[in-house]
Design a protein around this ligand. Sequence first.
Ligand code: ADP
Ligand code: ZN
Length: 611
Amino acid sequence: MNDVPAIEARLSGMEPAQILRQVFGYTAFRGLQDSVIQHVMAGGDALVLMPTGGGKSLCYQIPALALPGLAIVISPLIALMDDQVAALRQQGVAAAALHSELEDGEGRDIFRAIHDDALDVLYVSPERLISGGLLDRLAQVKLSLIAVDEAHCVSQWGHEFRPEYRNLAILRERFPGVPRIALTATADQRTRDDILRGLDMHDARVFAASFHRANLHVSAQPKTSETQQLLDFLRGREGQCGIVYCGSRAKTERTAERLVARGLPAIVFHAGLPPEVKRAAAKRFRGGEALIVVATIAFGMGIDRPDVRYVVHLDMPDSPEGYYQQIGRAGRDGERADTLLLHGMDDIARARHFLSLSAAPDMQKRVMRSRLEAMVALTESATCRTRALLACFGEELPEGCGHCDTCAAPPDMFDGTEDAQKVLSAAYRTRQIFGALHLIAVLRGDKTEAVIRHGHDLLPTFGIGAEHNAAYWRSVIRQLVAQGLLDVDVEGHGSLRLVDERAWPILRREAQLMLRRDAAPKPRTPAARAAKAVAEGAADVDDPRFLALRTWRLEEAKRQGVPPYVIFHDVTLREIAGFRPKSLAELGLVRGVGASKLERYGQALLDLLLE
Ligand code: ADP
Ligand code: ZN
């Protein structure tokens, strides 16, 4: 690890903007980066809230280089640390990571480097930081700053709670006067408060960036035929990398099998797999292949592959926070990324049911309940979906985003009061013990065996909805469940019951109910559309120069044993391919080509372009 000289000495005294250009190869700060960096360099504590891909890393990496001393970066995942360290070394920064998977002697080398003042940035896991006397050693050297990455892990309310993060509150007394910067992509107020409290950072200034990401194209569809919907979405996306989230381990395996059977490059990831299988999956994913990872939400944190082009949810997440984190893993490189959420009545029913069974304290259950209901409302949103999503984090978009499904095709809303009455009275008159299938048969006047056996063909509701097809009634019932007029008895074979206080005002015509007309499933068009969209954006992806650059990058990555995107991002390669620089100076103008990379790879790239 001593092959890279510490450049901090060369950089200290340099302006942050200069470091941004020299080391990272970028011309301008993004959003709040500049203010955060100024604040930390002046010695202040900061809490930074930025969406995934927003550029959090530079907020601590630049002060780490500009300030004298060693920067400590606390990070929860080894893979994440290793990638960041590899990326920094490529940029000429003396960085190292201390964690449980170091080879023999590596730890010793790192300690020596700390002692010799030869290190700029040290990544460390929270448990490693607290154990083995590391704090005492660090107390003997000059620290520039302490960064806590993925700071939401301190929050007990979140699904990524890490008890070790709780110990980090002691950093304040152990290292008084060293600025601390906590960073997260989780946006809601509760998590924010938890971080400030949990890390004992009450005086920190909060920097909250907009969570609006213009490159994320969000969409949702009611489930009609899950596998078909997924295949339609995937058609035209060959060669892209994406994540398909499922609600259960069994479903990830089922789904991946189906995809593989159709010749698609799908792999499974969930927490129940043997460690070596998980490691292999993560390795392939980070290796830059065009994979489809079918996963539970265990596949998540620490995924900083920048070119994930899509995220599909086959089941509804249980909160807008979780949902946003998961779709946020797409398009970190700022290029277009698409997300599709499939949702249905069963998802809602199951999630509500599990929540009611949860042994969590009441207070916590209330929070979980309100998040779940916000998620349900989001799936049924009739107006800009991005706007509805951001509103969950207290951010208000002045107008529609223009890049979500509801903006592209605003759903048709209609007065559904009368049809709701028909469904509710069918449920009521059949004693609220039947599921959707049976109610639809009654409404449509189908003399099924069960209808006859129960004498339901004699009811006044029999056939009162014959003018609509079954899909229509399924849509109405789903929306009644989502809006809380009907309750699904998950343990009682999905029977539908009236939620009295919501249902009776509709039955008595005291209230009105608006419903959305679901787009009729058009089997061929969505796929054709997707294929066209890809074709339009694909010219540059097919560019032979770009492909040659990628091949070069892959070989270079293999040689060095690092993920390809650590060397250059796709965006950078595409810019190089399009711009065709003729000299090192011109090459240095491309985004993402800093001095160190220019020196290492510049000539090779120019030679390659000449061919
Ligand atoms: P986060 O940690 O917030 O998810 P990163 O720090 O990984 O995001 O940054 C996301 C991407 O944006 C990275 O590829 C990074 O190099 C790039 N980036 C960050 N800041 C800038 C900037 N000022 N100009 C151009 N690209 C940037
Ligand atoms: Zn929108």
